[in-house]
Structure formats: C-alpha cells, structure tokens
Design a protein around this ligand. Structure first.
Ligand code: HEM
Length: 124
C-alpha cells in the first residue's frame, strides 16, 4: 500500500554537492532537487507491473520511507501502527469497499504529503 500510494510523495529539499548527470539531465552543483518517491515507486525497472496494486508482492524495494541517511526514523513504528490498525479494522468489518465514486476522491494539489481529504467506505 505504501508503494502504491504512500502519504509522503517526495523527500524534503536536497542541494547537489557537485555536477551530476542523471538520466541524460545534468544537475548543476548548488541546484535544488526534490526527488519524487512516488515516481521511484512506479519504476518499471524495479517493479514488475508497477501500475498494478498488489499487496502480496514478494519483491517490493519501495522508497515510501525515503532512502539514505535521512530515511524515515519512524518507519518501524509506522509499520507496527499500520499492522495493529488494519488488523482491527478488517477483523471488525470483514473487509472494506469504496463507497464513493473514485473520480470524486479529493486529492490535494501539492505533492509532499498526500491523501484524499475524505474516504467513504462500507463494510464489504
Ligand atoms: C506511513 C508513515 C510514514 C511515512 C510514509 C514516512 C515517510 C518518511 C519519508 C519519505 C522520510 C524521508 C524524508 C526525506 O528524505 O527528506 C521520512 C523522514 C522522517 N520520518 Fe517518517 N514517515 C512515516 C511515519 C513516521 C513516524 C510515525 C515518525 C515518528 C514517530 C517519523 C519520523 C521521521 C523522522 C524523524 C524523519 C527524518 C529523518 C532524517 O531526516 O534523518 N515518520 N519519513
């Protein structure tokens, strides 16, 4: 789920220490860069069928918690919270289904922190 639509879509700002070429584009020393994690999480070179939602993926090297020295300090806690919350939610409801038109999902315009403003669901 984090690969598919993580709540943090980009890292914070980075500044290039030196000229670097990535994918045919030169990023000059001193230039600001905001890596988009969402793009990395849909990279077809890393994920088979990247546009498919599959919670059972065996190989899932996603970057929803960032990467390198600034990768998320709270990742283990977030994973534990999610397991506890989804366990209870699915136990109590037996499963959920979207109860609104997908086109009515109200996604924020920005790209740093993302999530629909409202999500109507019904017990499946
Ligand atoms: C699903 C939940 C979460 C997601 C998707 C997430 C995602 C991220 C990402 C992508 C970064 C890297 C930002 C960057 O590179 O600029 C980050 C950093 C960080 N996260 Fe999280 N986070 C989550 C939950 C949490 C929680 C629960 C805590 C604390 C209790 C936390 C604490 C931090 C801290 C302190 C950093 C900064 C690490 C550093 O800059 O060295 N996060 N998080």
């Amino acid at each position: 789920m984090l690969r598919w639509h993580g709540p943090v879509e980009s890292t914070t700002l980075r500044i290039a220490f030196e000229d670097v070429e990535i994918g045919g584009t030169t990023i000059s020393r001193g230039a600001p860069v905001i890596p988009i994690l969402f793009g990395a999480n849909r990279d077809p070179r890393k994920f088979e069928d990247p546009e498919t939602f599959d919670v059972g993926r065996q190989r899932n090297p996603h970057m929803a918690f960032g990467f390198g020295i600034h990768s998320c300090l709270g990742a283990p806690l977030a994973r534990m919270e999610a397991i506890a919350a989804f366990d209870v939610l699915f136990e109590r409801t037996g499963g959920l289904a979207l109860a609104m038109d997908e086109s009515d999902l109200d996604w924020p315009k920005g790209f740093f922190l993302r999530g629909p403003q409202r999500l109507e669901v019904t017990a499946a």
